[in-house]
Design a protein around this ligand. Structure first.
Ligand code: ZN
Length: 148
């Protein structure tokens, strides 16, 4: 199997069988909603942070296969990571889809499947929507922590 086929398989598998899909919306979770009007993608993400770790990441929404599959891959990639690890991976993902070489391919894991998005600039927002949502959720959790 060549790399392009492998990456397409990762995207389709996560689109058809998304992991960590479905929200709990309890007070333990921090919730963020974002949308991407240019494609019609609509994404909800919630995170549970404790002991400085992203213990749980859930997503729910609708949109194109790139957006929905990317939310599944994002949740699997970042789950269990520390806040600072997660921020680095998120930044690496943004840089990768914009055309830079990823710094840490191992940390990105299945998220490497979205490297081809760099050739379709209109789809970059689709691929990054759930990552923007989790990034915002992390920074809001950090802000709350600083207030305490
Ligand atoms: Zn889309």
């Amino acid at each position: 199997m060549d790399l392009k086929t492998l990456y397409r398989t990762v995207i389709m598998d996560n689109y058809k069988n998304p992991k960590n899909k479905g929200l709990q919306r309890t007070n333990d979770f921090h919730f963020v909603h974002l949308n991407n009007p240019s494609c019609g993608d609509d994404m909800n993400v919630e995170i549970l942070v404790s002991d400085g770790l992203l213990q749980q990441i859930h997503h729910d929404g609708h949109g194109c296969s790139i957006c929905c599959s990317s939310a599944s891959v994002m949740s699997e990639t970042l789950k269990g990571k520390t806040i600072s690890e997660a921020k680095e991976i998120i930044q690496d993902f943004y840089n990768m889809v914009k055309g830079e070489d990823p710094k840490d391919e191992e940390a990105l894991g299945e998220a490497l499947a979205y490297i081809g998005v760099r050739d379709f600039p209109a789809r970059i927002k689709c691929a990054t929507l759930s990552w923007k949502a989790v990034e915002q959720a992390i920074s809001e959790v950090e802000d709350e922590g600083n207030k305490k």
